[in-house]
Structures are given as structure tokens and as C-alpha cells.
Write a protein that binds this ligand. Structure first.
Ligand code: ADP
Length: 174
């Protein structure tokens, strides 16, 4: 059984990510979409929120599962019996970073290969950061993210007066 891991921040998930997920789920028997808990990044949405948005969007795909992970992605892949990492490529500009990551991951575990899938051209310029930026200034993002994600973006950014505040702290507030 071919198991693949699609790791990322997914802060939040976009139709670009979902395009890659749909394509990868048609190639592999099982796809694990893995949300990175990265202490050095300050996401807009908590890990739990990012997972909820992903799980909702992936519901129609029965061989796709969404999980959180921390630490090295190759260690996570090994713990799940996966030998393939999936990454999306939008433009040449993605290549350099992805090349470095794939090379490092190969050094860390030569048994895990990275497979790149090209997105549909209509999503090739979409990124989570761009979507957050547009939403922050009141632009319509429903073409680029599922309706539930667009709603959460609006709520989160309205609550912060338009500034993209990280989730930390607010959940702990009374
Ligand atoms: P990371 O912080 O690991 O880059 P992202 O959530 O931004 O996490 O992206 C995860 C993966 O999805 C990366 O391989 C990225 O290139 C890819 N990706 C992001 N947006 C798109 C898109 N619009 N089309 C195709 N791939 C994408």
C-alpha cells in the first residue's frame, strides 16, 4: 500500500492545496495531510483550527486523513509507514526552497522520496499569505478558499481590527 504525506502549514488551506490533495489522493492509496506545529512560526490559525478546516474540505476524499505533527517530517513519515512526501509546485520561484528541503530530507532519510505535483494554472499564484493579505483589506477570497475558511478569515481579521493577529493568547482570554 503506497502511503504519502503532504506536509505544510495550511494557514489556512486554499484551493491550491486542495488541488494538490485531490491529485495526490488519486495517485496514492492513502494520503496523510500533515499540519506542521512549528514553534518558530506564528500562524493566524491554531493547529486545531487549521486541522478542522482541512478535515472539512477533505471529507469527500475517503483515503485522505488530516493530522498534526511536530519535529522532522521524515520521522513523522516513517512513523506512519510513508515513503513519499508530496509537495506542490506553483512556479519556478518555489523550486529553490523545495530543492533545498527535498535534499535535506533525503540526507535525513534516504528511503523517503519527495514527489512534486504541479497545481492547476488557475491556482498557481495563490498562497495562504496572499489570501490572508487580501482578506485583511476586505477583498473577496471565496474564489480561492472554501466558504468555511473565508468565513473564519473574516471573523478572525474583524476581531483584530484588520490586523492579522496570531491565534496565541486570544484563546486563553476569558
Ligand atoms: P509551507 O509553510 O510548508 O510552505 P504551505 O501550507 O504554504 O506550507 O504549503 C504547503 C505545500 O503546498 C508546499 O509544497 C507549497 O508549495 C504547496 N502550495 C501552496 N499553495 C499552493 C498552490 N496554490 N498550488 C500548489 N501548491 C501549493
Amino acid at each position: 500500500m503506497a502511503v504519502a504525506v503532504y506536509p505544510g502549514s495550511f494557514d489556512p488551506v486554499t484551493y491550491g492545496h486542495l488541488d494538490i490533495i485531490a491529485r495526490a489522493s488519486a495517485i496514492f492509496d492513502r494520503l496523510l495531510v500533515a499540519v506542521l506545529e512549528n514553534p518558530s512560526k506564528t500562524p493566524l490559525f491554531s493547529t486545531q483550527e487549521r486541522l478542522e478546516m482541512l478535515a472539512e474540505a477533505c471529507r469527500p476524499l475517503p483515503n485522505v486523513q488530516c493530522e498534526a505533527f511536530s519535529g522532522l517530517v521524515v520521522d513523522y513519515a516513517r512513523s506512519r509507514g510513508a515513503r513519499v512526501l508530496v509537495r506542490g509546485l506553483r512556479a519556478v520561484s518555489d523550486f529553490e526552497y523545495e530543492f533545498v528541503m527535498a535534499t535535506m530530507n533525503r540526507h535525513l532519510n534516504a528511503e523517503v522520496d519527495t514527489v512534486f505535483i504541479m497545481t492547476s494554472s488557475e491556482y498557481a499564484f495563490i498562497s495562504s499569505s496572499l489570501v490572508k493579505e487580501v482578506a485583511r483589506f476586505g477583498g473577496d477570497v471565496e474564489r480561492w478558499v472554501p466558504a468555511g475558511v473565508a468565513r473564519r478569515l473574516k471573523e478572525r481579521l474583524a476581531a483584530s481590527g484588520g490586523r492579522p493577529q496570531p491565534w496565541q493568547g486570544r484563546e486563553a482570554a476569558p
